[in-house]
Design a protein around this ligand. Structure first.
Ligand code: ADP
Length: 381
């Protein structure tokens, strides 16, 4: 008797557990934020949740017992049939619509793009499939807007590059003419050229030379990054190469450059990144405090998916009001002869940081040196 009683209790408990599980499953399907349809091996619809009713425009009464193919555009039905057959031959969770384009058919006949996840479910009525449908119309629209904008951007960029090239090229021509005439004047009319006139001509020559350099810099700025290739870059090697290239400046200024942390290997446009380091180190030495040994520290840390590099100097520093403007092209603060330059280096650095998905900024105090910081997205191979 006891055994019979124990068995009955156990069976009751199992039955109750099963009932609870079935109820939980039903509740899960009904309240899911996703459109869900349960169908059998013959594609007969067994259940459709409220979200799916809304998505397809049918009520569950319309669809009960109907074939799922009513929700599939005619041209996709054949491939759906073979997919369904394969699914029931070896049931496992599969996702569809990610690599290939899939569409569903609304009650009003319109088609919309979808992604599907098929999950096998065992029921008392045999093996079934639980299909979760995601309407990706909005995502596809956004993707196509981005694609169009990208094409427009590329066209505009090409136009801009062309304009830059033509403008720089054409601007060089009158400059060459002016310097030629200065030379001709000096050569052909030496008797007319007094010391004063000579000095004026020299000033004109220097100004045209400078202008020619500016025009060339503008052209280089436009071209920067045109042929970029993303490569796995050893930053320690890259920075050491930059230091070696700047050897004569480092020796003549007696600068001390220290790399204070490990510099990581990362995916970067190495030619452009090299130019960025070169500009920052070059400036750190150039804008040193007179009579003081330039001391420069280079380091890197990783934060929230970005590498952050820092180049710190003990130079003249920068006033707060100029800390943003200096990254604009041709922006210079020290226009006297102590500091040569064209105001293009930091504009180039900003462009390089931008093309790596990062930012560049400076923290500084006049008289107390500057720390230039820039970030680079830590890209996965
Ligand atoms: P350039 O060095 O040719 O003048 P940059 O674009 O490299 O042009 O720099 C713009 C300006 O920013 C410089 O003229 C200088 O006034 C300021 N600057 C850049 N780097 C430093 C630095 N490390 N310390 C102080 N000032 C700096």
């Amino acid at each position: 008797m006891l055994l019979v009683w124990q068995t009955c209790t156990l069976l009751n408990k199992l039955h109750l557990n099963k009932k609870v599980a079935v109820e939980n499953f039903r509740l899960g399907v009904e309240s899911s934020p996703h459109a869900l349809i349960i169908s059998d091996a013959n594609s007969n619809i067994v259940h459709i949740n409220p979200h799916a009713e809304k998505l397809y425009g049918y009520s569950r009464k319309d669809l009960a017992g109907n074939n799922l193919e009513v929700l599939i555009p005619e041209k996709l039905r054949q491939s759906y049939r073979s997919m369904n057959e394969n699914f029931f031959k070896s049931p496992k969770v599969i996702s569809l619509g990610i690599d290939e384009e899939l569409f569903a058919k609304h009650k009003d006949g319109t088609e919309f793009p979808i992604e599907l996840v098929l999950t096998p479910v065992k029921t008392s009525k045999g093996n079934m499939v639980l299909t979760s449908i995601t309407d990706i119309t909005q995502r596809k629209t956004n993707e196509s807007i981005i694609k169009t904008q990208l094409i427009e951007l590329k066209v505009k960029n090409r136009e801009l590059e062309h304009f830059n090239y033509i403008a720089s090229h054409d601007l060089q021509e009158p400059l060459r003419t002016v310097s030629n005439y200065i030379m001709l004047l000096e050569e052909d009319y030496p008797e007319l050229i007094s010391a004063d006139v000579k000095a004026h001509l020299q000033a004109m020559g220097a100004a045209t030379g400078r202008m020619s350099h500016l025009v060339r810099s503008l052209l280089d700025f436009g071209k920067l990054g045109n042929n970029r290739t993303l490569t796995l870059t050893d930053c320690t090697l890259l920075v050491n190469n930059v230091i070696a290239d700047l050897n004569s400046l480092i020796t003549s200024s007696n600068a001390l450059i220290t790399i204070t942390t490990e510099l990581p290997p990362l995916y970067a446009y190495d030619t452009e990144l090299r130019q960025l380091f070169q500009n920052l180190i070059n400036n750190a030495i150039k804008f040193g405090e007179k009579g003081q040994q330039p001391q420069i520290q280079i380091s890197c840390t990783k934060h929230n998916g970005f590498f952050m590099f820092e180049v710190t100097d003990n130079g003249i520093g920068i006033d707060a009001e100029y800390r943003e403007g200096i990254f604009n092209i041709f922006e210079r603060l020290n226009k006297n002869d102590n500091f040569e330059g064209y105001g293009i280096g930091l504009a180039n650095c900003k462009k390089v940081a931008d093309m790596h998905g990062g930012k560049i900024w400076v923290e500084s105090e006049p008289g107390n040196g500057s720390t230039f910081k820039f970030t680079i997205a830590a890209l996965k191979p």
